[in-house]
Design a protein around this ligand. Structure first.
Ligand SMILES: C[S@@+](CC[C@H](N)C(=O)[O-])C[C@H]1O[C@@H](n2cnc3c(N)ncnc32)[C@H](O)[C@@H]1O
Length: 245
């Protein structure tokens, strides 16, 4: 993977987001090669932003998985929260609505165009968008009360995935919550068990790794987490893993 010298955007998000903050030193090779059509091309983004499209991609489960995520974070979100990677749809704006007035949300993404798109959906002087690589976060250890990765891991090649999972735990404070929502291997009688590999092989070349390995096994940490809880949804095609550090 090509490493980046990305610029950090450590400013509260602003209307229009027309600051000269969106330069980047380069994007990871896997992103440009495999996902340019989904995340990097300005003409396809309005298509993917439509609720029915993202909901169809998740076989009708977008709202459910979004709400599971929000419920895990609480009705009122206090402290400092990090969302690693932008997502299409209204997850982040709903998350932002739950922030306590003194709380803060940081969202990082390696693609400036995604941050610019997100800036159209969220606003507030306690929301910060920053251009960073999940595999190499620039935050200090133990900085966040909650960290969220919503369907990021399956898009990353093995090395980047390990680094991103470990970085997420590193920046979480002891006692804080790390939430992963992603794909999972469904039950043997589930029709998607046979259909999804065809889709993954065509469009998501690293996603089947999520079927073979537990998310927690990608985390390298000096201290084992305090607790790990896993729950699956839609016959096992999706999983939520919550780690308390
Ligand atoms: C979270 S994933 C998939 C989300 C899901 N398909 C959706 O949109 O609902 C997509 C995002 O991950 C970002 N991304 C990919 N690799 C990354 C990395 N190494 N660091 C930070 N962001 C990354 C992409 O730029 C994109 O915005």
């Amino acid at each position: 993977m090509q490493k980046n010298a990305v610029q950090t955007i450590a400013e509260p998000v602003m209307d229009g987001f027309d600051k000269a903050l969106l330069e980047t030193g380069g994007l990871p090779e896997y992103l440009e090669k495999n996902y340019w059509w989904a995340y990097l091309h300005p003409s396809t983004m309005p298509f993917f932003e439509q609720q029915w499209v993202i909901n169809s991609i998740l076989w009708g489960n977008y709202a459910r998985l979004r709400d599971v995520t929000l419920a895990e974070m609480g009705k009122t979100i206090c402290g400092r929260t990090l969302q690693i990677a932008c997502v299409y749809g209204n997850l982040t704006s709903k998350l932002a609505q739950r922030l306590h007035p003194q709380a803060r949300l940081d969202v990082v993404d390696v693609a400036p165009i995604q941050l610019k798109n997100l800036a159209r959906k969220v606003s507030g002087d306690n929301i910060y968008l920053e251009c960073q690589d999940a595999a190499e976060l620039k935050f200090d250890d133990n900085s966040f009360d909650q960290v969220l990765l919503f369907f990021l891991l399956h898009e990353l090649p093995a090395n980047a995935r390990k680094e991103a999972a470990s970085e997420a735990l590193r920046v979480l404070r002891p006692g804080g919550k790390l939430i992963f929502i992603d794909y999972h291997k469904p039950a043997w009688m589930h029709p998607h068990r046979y259909l999804m590999p065809l889709i993954f092989r065509t469009l998501e070349p690293f996603a089947l790794d999520l079927w073979r390995t537990e998310i927690v096994d990608w985390i390298t940490a000096e201290c084992p987490p305090h607790s790990i809880e896993k729950k699956t949804y839609f016959g096992g095609l999706y999983q939520k893993v919550v780690i308390v550090k």
